[in-house]
Design a binder for this molecule. Structure first.
Ligand SMILES: CC(C)(COP(=O)(O)OP(=O)(O)OC[C@H]1O[C@@H](n2cnc3c(N)ncnc32)[C@H](O)[C@@H]1OP(=O)(O)O)[C@@H](O)C(=O)NCCC(=O)NCCS
Length: 453
């Protein structure tokens, strides 16, 4: 039978706009509704894993240390109490801004994992959960009697996702790990940063790339394990994710290159070892010369991508440089280090009296791929991302108006969504412990007074 076109008159853009309309998100079902996740997580790696599942509709219960919560609430600055109060027990402290973005849509309870009563409570919750996520040192939960080996006896269908630094076995396993260590040992920093002759050195990323990527890998593992449980075996799974290995997994061709030729991929800053032009150049004029913010008064930057011969020819025409055009007309000559050392400075010389927007306009007019380098303010105010709901003002039930990023992907029938950004430590003790562990308000008060929860 011939396939019928859905609606003749509707353009693809109109179809996508109607299908993914952010205003309709809450009227549609959630794909992971009915799945319960316990998130015994800290910092970013484990929390982001659980939060991706929460964005998809799973009921995620974050368990933190009583009163002061997990370390991330204190690791970053701006934890003044008036911003995002920490908990009713610690009114003089707030939650540090680094906590935002890694824990949306979750329920927040507190349990002391050291105490037998706390451990019993974890077991009660685990008996009624589908997934358990944690990112403590290897074996910490096992030592506390609430690791996979113990919990699977209570709930053989449990998917246990452990995320850590180096894996649960091997001589280097017990060291502490953070994003920065993962990126360093995994090989990323060795090839990130400006060239030595430009005064550069290995460079760290400002954002916690290994953590957020690792969280996504963890969530992928969880979904695969749930598929295995629900459609194949009926059994739970123990999964392990090493943050360092995850970084090595991103090294593209660096390892095959080394293996075949013994060549160590080096850092090449804002340029590219394989493609030219394909990099970031400085534009000499600030876009906001009258700003009171010194950072905005800096020169702008723009990326330009014109590495195919025909694109490079158009670029040279646009900047009026016929010498570059003939000298480096061919990609294999253009990509050499010496060629790049002449090409990029020539581009920057041309852009020295322009803002990044002026350069962008000239590139657009000549059909050359470009993008000014934007800061958070420019991202937040861009109509495209506002219209699509990628960045939005959230009416957070606890904290009120809050500018926040939304889930990065869309699903037509079961869209992920942002419900709330965060809550204080232990905010859902009554609701969750009452519902899942049968605790009365009196039990909860006693346990809270004893700092067990
Ligand atoms: C982040 C990291 C370095 C912290 O190390 P650490 O605090 O020395 O060790 P653990 O993670 O095993 O945490 C154990 C401690 O957590 C504390 N703790 C945190 N929450 C607790 C709770 N709810 N109840 C009781 N104790 C708690 C205790 O002090 C406990 O120590 P103890 O049992 O020896 O008394 C380590 O967990 C790690 O390397 N994790 C894997 C990589 C990772 O996720 N890094 C963070 C992301 S960048």
């Amino acid at each position: 039978m011939a396939t019928q076109p859905t609606t003749q008159a509707q353009s693809f853009e109109e179809y996508c706009r109607a299908t993914f309309d952010p205003k309709k998100e809450f009227g549609k079902p959630e794909v992971l509704k009915g799945y319960r996740v316990l998130s015994c997580t800290q910092y970013i790696l484990g929390p982001s894993c659980a939060s991706y599942l929460a964005e998809l509709g799973a009921e995620v219960i974050k368990i933190e240390a009583p009163r002061r919560g997990e370390a991330m609430r204190h690791t970053t600055p701006f934890n003044e109490p008036f911003l995002y109060p920490l908990s009713k027990w610690v009114p003089e402290r707030g939650t540090g801004l680094g906590f935002l973005g890694a824990n949306p849509n979750e329920h927040f309870v507190s349990i002391d994992f050291h105490r037998p009563e706390g451990q019993a409570l974890v077991k009660k919750l685990a008996a009624k959960s589908d997934v358990f996520v944690e990112n403590y040192r290897p074996g910490t939960f096992d030592r506390w009697g609430i690791g996979y080996r113990q919990l699977k006896e209570i709930n053989p269908r449990l998917v246990y996702c452990w995320l850590g630094g180096f894996g649960g076995w091997g001589p280097g396993r017990v060291r502490a790990s953070y994003d920065i260590l993962g990126q360093s040992q995994g090989g990323n920093f060795g090839m990130t940063g400006k060239q030595e002759f430009l005064g550069g050195s290995p460079s760290k990323h400002t954002i916690w790339l290994a953590d957020y990527w690792g969280g996504m890998m963890g969530a992928t593992q969880v979904l695969a394990a749930l598929y295995w449980r629900d459609h194949v075996s009926g059994e739970g799974t123990f999964t392990e994710y090493s943050q360092v290995h995850g970084v090595t997994r991103q090294l593209e061709y660096a390892l095959p290159l080394y293996g075949r030729h013994g060549i160590t991929r080096e850092r090449w800053g804002n340029w590219d070892t394989q493609l030219c032009v394909h990099g970031i150049i400085k534009c000499g004029k600030s876009s906001y010369p009258n700003s009171e913010n010194p950072q905005e008064m800096e020169e702008g930057y723009i990326l330009i991508s014109a590495y195919e011969d025909k694109d490079f020819a158009r670029l040279c025409k646009a900047i009026g440089d016929s010498t570059l055009a003939s000298k480096y007309a061919k990609a294999d000559i253009r990509v050499k280090a010496e060629s790049q050392m002449e090409t990029y400075p020539a581009l920057e010389k041309w852009a020295a009296d322009k803002t990044k927007e002026q350069v962008a306009a000239i590139m657009d007019a000549n059909n050359i791929i470009n993008q000014p380098v934007w800061n958070a303010k420019e991202v937040a105010n861009h109509p495209h991302w506002n219209e699509r709901g990628a960045v939005r003002w959230l009416d957070d039930p606890t904290y009120g108006e809050l500018l926040h990023q939304a889930p990065a992907f869309k699903m037509s029938a079961t869209p992920p969504r942002l419900k709330w950004a965060l809550k204080p430590v232990g905010a859902d003790n009554e609701y969750i412990f009452g519902k899942l562990a049968g605790l009365t308000p009196e039990d909860i008060k006693r346990l809270e007074d004893q700092e067990c929860i």
